[in-house]
Write a protein that binds this ligand. Structure first.
Ligand SMILES: [Zn+2]
Length: 116
């Protein structure tokens, strides 16, 4: 398959979006759910989730489901088949927005250093 970088990015975003409603992702969230807690921002009770890294508890809006080994490997692009496999069957964890951003930035740096 030969695609431009733009088409590639477009498909990747679409697949990522589709994976947001996957049963696999929901199971990971359910497992990290610690029950109802007072959301200090809204002053309402809401489900909270434990971040796998910092172990703090956050409402749904402040957590993200992370692929433990990134869906685009640090060694660089391999194939769509591998990407789909990792996206839907790869091991996932719940991270808070802050921890996820630190991890993603570190992965991007590593990827860049390997490709140059
Ligand atoms: Zn965290």
């Amino acid at each position: 398959m030969s695609l431009t970088q733009k088409q590639n990015a477009y498909i990747k975003a679409a697949v990522r979006k589709a994976s947001l409603t996957s049963p696999e992702r929901k199971a990971v969230l359910d497992k990290a759910c610690i029950g109802q807690k007072l959301n200090l921002k809204t002053n309402r009770m809401s489900k909270h989730y434990e971040c796998a890294h910092c172990k703090h508890h956050f409402p749904l809006k402040r957590v993200q489901v992370d692929h433990i080994s990134p869906i685009v490997p640090l060694s660089g692009w391999d194939s769509w088949e591998e990407l789909f496999d990792r996206m839907f069957n790869g091991e996932m964890q719940v991270l808070c927005v802050e921890c996820h951003s630190v991890k993603s930035k570190a992965e991007a740096l590593e990827r860049r250093s390997k490709s140059s």
